[in-house]
Design a binder for this molecule. Structure first.
Ligand SMILES: Nc1nc2c(ncn2[C@@H]2O[C@H](COP(=O)(O)OP(=O)(O)O)[C@@H](O)[C@H]2O)c(=O)[nH]1
Ligand SMILES: [Mg+2]
Length: 303
């Protein structure tokens, strides 16, 4: 009699070159995702493959590298990451799958950098405050380049990485994605270790990350987006406001006054849209409301 298998959905997150696609292949036990030496982030936004073992069906999502600086501003980078993750969450929703676990992929050979620190902060903003505690396992690739004891190595870690390990409740799995001995023995061992670590972590509750969890974070994401864009918006809106003020002080005709009134109204609507209910742009709206109220609509002459 066919028994229903446990569906396990895994998402790989990390910087390009850290070994996400290779880890995905190790986990699936098959070469599905393209592995690459090049630092250009080749993985498309989201790709997924699945595979079954005796008890589980494994679906693995590989994502485009986080923090692959491609855009001109942090705002554009963050926006593009948010768009990718939103796509991922929508695809998962269409498959009606909740995400069982996120694998945060780092490597033994790269030191935890400022960029990594920033990506960790952004991951929290994107997914939520208890994301690391409830949904993540750290994967350290290139175990073949590591010669030592993992517990000792972890104890020596300090700063942000140590903090991340703590937040992930010491869930760290070293993997070797390289076929060292030509029979994939180490890779197979890594696959078994990864699969059992995921099951062990999740088995008590199978608490998954859902589309609703993601939607509950919308306001935080919006806030971060507006904050990141604020330096540019500040310059832009200050210029607009001073131009509005100059125009107001020179008003002569009623028609000019009406036009300015409309212009300010449009500007306010535009800022409200950008503000996205965060309140961060309220001060510009207030200044413009003041300008609008100061237009002498009645006293301007009509030709
Ligand atoms: N030696 C070794 N190389 C690895 C390991 N994992 C990944 N790589 C190599 O690192 C490079 C980047 O891997 P890839 O999976 O494409 O990284 P991604 O950009 O994060 O998807 C490739 O050349 C892989 O073969 C590992 O555990 N050991
Ligand atoms: Mg890749």
């Amino acid at each position: 009699m066919a028994t229903s298998k446990k569906e396990i959905t895994v998402v790989l997150l990390g910087k390009t070159g850290y070994g996400k696609s290779s880890t995905g292949n190790t986990l699936l036990g098959a070469y599905r995702f393209e592995e690459s030496n090049s630092m250009s982030s080749i993985s498309k936004t989201v790709v997924d493959y699945s595979n079954e073992d005796k008890d589980c069906r494994w679906r693995v999502y590989d994502t485009r590298g986080l923090m692959d600086v491609e855009k001109e501003t942090p705002y554009e980078d963050f926006l593009s990451i948010c768009e990718d993750i939103t796509k991922l969450m929508q695809i998962c929703k269409e498959h009606s799958s909740h995400i069982t676990v996120f694998l945060l992929v780092f490597t033994f050979i790269n030191k935890f950098s400022c960029e990594d620190k920033k990506s960790v902060e952004w991951i929290e903003t994107i997914f939520g405050k208890t994301f690391f505690e409830n949904h993540c396992i750290i994967v350290l690739t290139r175990e073949d380049c590591f010669d030592g004891n993992l517990d000792n190595w972890l104890q020596k870690q300090t700063g942000e990485f140590a903090n991340l390990v703590k937040r992930c409740k010491q869930r760290v799995v070293p993997v070797c994605n390289k076929d060292i001995d030509n029979n994939d023995k180490r890779r197979e061992d890594s696959r078994k270790k990864l699969r059992s670590s995921i099951i062990e972590f999740k088995q008590p509750t199978w608490l998954c990350y859902t589309f609703d969890d993601y939607m509950k974070q919308s306001q935080e994401r919006n806030l971060a987006l507006v904050e990141l864009e604020l330096p540019i918006l500040d310059v832009k809106y200050k210029q607009e406001i001073s131009s509005v003020r100059e125009t107001r002080l020179k008003l002569k005709l009623k028609e000019e006054a009406l036009n300015l009134h409309t212009r300010i109204g449009v500007l306010i609507e535009d800022i409200k849209r950008k503000d996205n209910k965060t309140g961060l742009l309220d001060k510009y709206i207030e200044e413009l409301e003041f300008e609008k109220a100061a237009i002498p609509l009645k006293s301007c002459k009509i030709f």
